[in-house]
Design a protein. Structure first.
Length: 208
């Protein structure tokens, strides 16, 4: 992959990461509740999910997912149900102020947040279809495929880490402004609603 193609892919990766979706909602929700430092586990889990998506596309399973109605609907159904579950959990979140660096941040374990991030990205067939449409445009069929896919994976993950950290940091800054339980309750409900809406949009998604 030459420099010009790679730079074009970097631009595509930035646009993909900046586009609003379940990943951005997950990062902002964890940033709001636990702060940036704790949210890094969520972001790391998301990168594992993204890497899995790229592996699926790279080995050809993505094409099967794109053509098999059963496989597509099973994965989509799981993704929709999981986003609805996250919305319900967010609605039930405790409405109390969070102090950056305080013990209250420890209520979300790193393992649980990493798993949440992984499932959000791994259970999104829409991302697989999107990668199937976009990724081949940057792969030279006359050059070894594996190094090119590894470069794309590293680039996507690096860009996504930066963008998602920005989302989480923005939400973590908002934490300092939320002191009243009513404010936090409405913020939790807002993120819960966004998770449910993301699940609803995924449910409506159809392969082109």
């Amino acid at each position: 992959m030459n420099l010009q193609i790679w730079l074009a892919f970097v631009v595509a990766a930035i646009l993909i990461s900046l586009s609003p979706g379940a990943g951005a909602i997950s990062c902002m929700a964890s940033g709001m509740r636990y702060g940036l430092r704790r949210s890094l586990a969520n972001i790391a889990g998301m990168q594992l999910g993204l890497a899995l998506q790229l592996v699926v596309v790279g080995v050809g399973l993505g094409a099967l997912l794109a053509t098999s109605t059963l496989a597509f609907n099973l994965i989509k159904g799981f993704g929709v149900a999981y986003l609805f579950y996250l919305g319900w959990q967010q609605f039930r979140a405790t409405a109390k102020p969070v102090e950056i660096g305080s013990q209250s941040q420890s209520s979300g374990s790193a393992r649980a947040l990493a798993l949440q991030g992984f499932l959000v990205n791994a259970s999104n067939p829409k991302a697989t279809i999107f990668l199937l449409a976009v990724l081949p445009q940057f792969i030279d069929p006359h050059a070894p495929a594996l190094p090119q896919y590894l470069v794309c994976m590293a680039t996507l993950c690096a860009v996504d880490i930066i963008v998602m950290s920005g989302y989480a940091l923005f939400a973590a800054r908002v934490l300092r402004l939320l002191r009243e339980p009513a404010q936090i309750r409405w913020m939790n409900r807002g993120f819960g609603t966004l998770f449910v809406l993301a699940g609803g949009f995924l449910a409506l998604f159809r392969r082109g």
